[in-house]
Design a protein around this ligand. Structure first.
Ligand code: PLP
Length: 303
């Protein structure tokens, strides 16, 4: 991971190593902030951000869920993301816009704190590690329950959700797994700590419905579109733990991770198969972001 040395803060470009944020930053104490994760790719000499407009639109939806008043328009944040990539040398960056309450008053309900907007970039060639991606992701069903929608809106990419994700991820890695799968209060499969999940049974693809309490992933949406284009049936519905363990294949999707087959869930092994549906969808997705598959220009925002 290589950090871009310049970042965007409230309309200005600043140096990452010189910036200091206040210890009274409200979000640091109370967890109310929203963010995005976007990737840009160098496709045959052209730098493009994958579904940038959709990510920015989700950022605004997340902010609205938390009644955070955005200080910039969607177009301004979109252009700022592109600008930060350019001032850092136009590489295949992971772009992280973060909207948070800055220093002002203390207290959970204080309303006078400024809404600060930052955009930072770094290179992140492989979120789950190359070895994990090649041998398939080993997942553990977490003992931590997914935060219910009734407690925090899971469709919003809110900072606080990641306290739940982090506990689940740590539990998985401490037990020799790569990722966690969280169940909701009804025992239904929701998602991983930082990715959506899919299963395949008898050639049919199923992924948890948004209503079970998940982030409506943009990679998830892209994979659903790809799968339908390839003629597969895709259902967004309820998946129990037993149904997941009984699946023929499973895979996960996310901006940071990409699309990767799952090789194990708890004690159940899944065969890594080049001819599997998971692998076909994975290759198609990476084909689009590497420029091998054409016809998806509307997903590629020029930087
Ligand atoms: C909890 C969670 N679920 C799903 C995803 C996948 O979403 P996307 O494909 O938009 O990156 C992410 C990553 O942002 C995530 O953090």
């Amino acid at each position: 991971m290589e950090l871009g040395q310049k970042f965007w803060l409230n309309g200005e470009i600043a140096d990452v190593d010189k910036d200091k944020i206040s210890i009274l930053t409200h979000t640091l104490h109370y967890g109310t902030g929203v963010f995005e994760g976007i990737r840009c790719f160098n496709i045959k000499g052209n730098l493009v951000a994958f579904r940038l407009k959709d990510h920015i639109s989700r950022l605004f939806k997340s902010a609205e869920a938390y009644s955070i008043k955005m200080q910039y328009t969607q177009d301004q944040i979109t252009e700022a993301c592109k600008h930060v990539v350019k001032v850092n040398g136009s590489k295949d960056f992971y772009i992280r816009p973060l909207i948070y309450y800055g220093a002002g008053e203390m207290g959970v309900g204080s309303s006078k704190n400024p809404v600060d907007s930052a955009i930072v970039v770094w290179t992140w060639p492989s979120y789950l590690s190359k070895e994990t991606e090649e041998r398939g992701v080993k997942c553990m069903i977490s003992s931590w329950m997914k935060i219910p929608n009734e407690s925090l809106p899971q469709y919003a990419k809110g900072v606080a959700n990641y306290a739940n994700s982090r506990l689940a991820k740590l539990e998985a890695t401490n037990n020799g797994y790569d990722e966690s799968i969280l169940l909701n209060k009804n025992g239904l499969v929701t998602e991983c700590s930082g990715e959506n999940i899919f299963m395949v049974k008898d050639g049919k693809i199923t992924t948890p419905a948004v209503s079970v309490g998940i982030l409506e992933g943009i990679t998830r949406d892209s994979v659903i579109s790809i799968a339908k284009k390839l003629g597969f049936s895709v259902t967004e519905g309820n998946i129990t733990k037993d149904e997941l363990l009984d699946a023929d294949e499973a895979f996960l999707t996310g901006t940071a991770a990409g699309v990767h087959q799952i090789s194990r869930i708890d004690d159940k092994d899944f065969q890594m198969n080049e001819a599997s549906i998971s692998n076909e969808l994975k290759n198609f997705y990476f084909g689009i972001v590497s420029g091998e598959k054409t016809g998806f220009d509307s997903w590629l925002d020029k930087i």
